[in-house]
Ligand binder design. Structure first.
Ligand code: GDP
Ligand code: GDP
Length: 473
């Protein structure tokens, strides 16, 4: 699983600034649906080819009613679950009581923490960092998140610590590069966000037989929406007991099974099934484990509770699944026993608010009675196939020509933007790289037209489709 890094600190020390810097996507990369506003609390960062999950925990102000109140908060849950913590302090404000309280908590947790002294731009970094030694968390690292100073170096060191082997390779490559090119280029290489070639996208490297490949499925959603009921329904009771031996790990469990001669692997987060068979009170909802399971699967089945309707947290999760690029199928559960009016109302609400994931199939099911559960598979299989489709450069380039022919890009300052050829740059989600000139001024509306037409003609369903535009001038 990818390492999880949590950002903590008082309000206003620069957490969001650092978060944005670490998770920013390349300028040329546009998501499937540009213009979507998001609450960016969870994001993916990357150094070289190594992805990590970054969580902005929100501010800990120190005004909370004692450590107990704090403990209950998601911030501290995030700290508990993180592999490393980036603890931001403000060089200009100096050390505060809240900083000391946070440090004390981190020390108690025995967490690996990095003290980042932010806003050192225009200051003598050493002088201003020194006082933060007193936090007892090792040598403070001076950065200026707003200007990028020290940020690349810092995140490389953090990952070098968390993933020594993988990172060493990235750095060695960057270093080798620097022997014959400029230092800037080497740094760019280390920072480069590569297409998603990790875990799930790995099959890109080899010939993939989609009929034989095992489909990795995660079932996600808020507590009580019916995830365990659905999983038990899918697997059949006998199987669950077999796999649910005491002592099964705390982290994700993977359950292989077959259906209609097709191989599947259910990626289960610790909380989902265990609870049913071990006498354990309701598990805390862990958004981090959920997100890891999503990242670790090819297709996510997102379960929504029809009786409760769409709530904020559902949208939040869907938003992250969209962002993660994983294929998606939506299951609206507990459809049994709903009045026709209530059904109608929910359908309208879904139509209105789930437009941003309109690529996903929606099924109305009853996990309890098994109604429509079988239908999920057609969508899962289709989403998987779409996510791992491959097209030749020839095919994509010809399609691009047709699409451009049909509808030319607008003139910019009297010059026609040229789109010359296209090739595939990744899988799960599929990435299409379009080369041309002046693509940096290509209007969003035109990009959307391209994406929609490609999606339609290539018959892509159930997965985001990403485009990247590269310019030759
Ligand atoms: P958060 O509340 O911890 O998320 O803090 P923000 O990221 O919103 O930053 C708070 C303020 O500090 C904003 O006005 C930022 O522009 C400013 N800031 C963030 N990083 C730096 C920096 O490296 N140098 C300076 N001078 N200001 C910064
Ligand atoms: P989880 O927390 O998401 O794993 O949810 P559970 O599978 O534990 O289900 C929560 C509650 O919803 C349980 O009482 C289930 O019996 C009930 N439930 C699950 N699926 C359905 C369904 O399709 N219809 C109805 N009426 N109840 C369901």
């Amino acid at each position: 699983m990818n390492p999880v890094i949590a950002l903590v600190g008082r309000p206003n020390v620069g957490k969001s600034t650092l978060f944005n810097r670490l998770t920013r996507t390349r300028d040329a990369l546009v998501a499937d649906l540009p213009g979507l506003t998001r609450d960016r609390k969870y994001g993916e960062g990357r150094v070289g080819g190594i992805p990590y999950l970054l969580i902005d925990t929100g501010g800990i102000s120190g005004d909370e009613q004692g450590i107990d109140a704090l403990m209950a908060g998601q911030s501290l849950l995030a700290i508990q679950e993180a592999d490393a913590v980036l603890f931001l302090v403000d060089a200009r404000a100096g050390m505060t009581a809240a900083d000391e309280m946070i440090a004390q908590h981190l020390r108690q947790q025995g967490k690996q923490a990095w003290v980042l002294v932010n806003k050192t731009d225009g200051l003598d970094a050493d002088t201003y960092s020194a006082e933060f030694y007193a936090l007892g968390l090792g040598e403070p690292v001076a950065i200026a998140a707003a200007h990028g100073r020290g940020v690349t170096q810092m995140i490389q060191n953090v990952l070098l610590d968390l993933r020594p082997e993988a990172m060493a390779e990235v750095l060695a490559q960057a270093q080798a590069e620097s022997l014959y090119t400029s230092k800037r280029k080497a740094q760019a290489l280390a920072e480069q966000a590569q297409p998603e070639m990790d875990a799930a996208a790995d099959p890109f490297k080899r010939e993939l037989n989609l009929d034989e490949e095992q489909i990795r499925i995660s079932v996600v959603g808020r507590p009580n929406v019916g995830k365990s009921t659905l999983i038990n329904r899918i697997l059949g009771e006998e199987r669950v007991v077999v796999f649910d031996q005491p002592g099964t790990t705390r982290d994700a469990i993977e359950i292989p099974y077959e259906r209609d001669e097709r191989k599947y692997l259910l990626v289960d987060t610790a909380g989902i099934r265990r609870r049913k068979y071990v006498s354990e009170v309701a598990e805390k909802f862990s958004i981090i484990k959920t997100l890891q399971a999503v990242r670790d699967s090819h297709v996510s089945v997102m379960v929504i509770d029809a009786r409760v309707g769409l709530v904020e947290q559902d949208l939040h999760l869907l938003d992250f699944i969209l962002e993660s690029g994983r294929a998606l199928v939506i299951a609206v559960n507990k459809w049994d026993g709903m009045t026709p009016e209530a059904r109608q109302e929910l359908k309208q609400d879904i139509e209105r608010r789930l437009g941003f994931v309109e690529y996903a199939d929606i099924h109305f099911i009853s996990a309890l009675h098994g109604t429509n559960v079988g239908h999920l598979y057609a969508s899962i299989d289709q989403a998987f196939r779409s996510a791992f489709s491959r097209w030749s450069t020839n095919r994509l380039t010809r399609l691009l020509e047709d699409v451009v022919q049909e509808h030319q890009p607008p003139l910019v300052k009297g010059r026609r933007i040229k789109l010359r050829y296209a090739h595939q740059g990744g899988l799960n989600p599929p990435l299409i790289v379009v080369h041309g000139n002046q693509t940096q001024v290509l209007a969003d509306s035109y990009k959307r037209y391209l994406m929609n037409t490609f999606r339609k003609i290539l018959k892509i369903k159930g997965t985001p489709l990403r485009f990247e535009f590269r310019s030759g001038d």
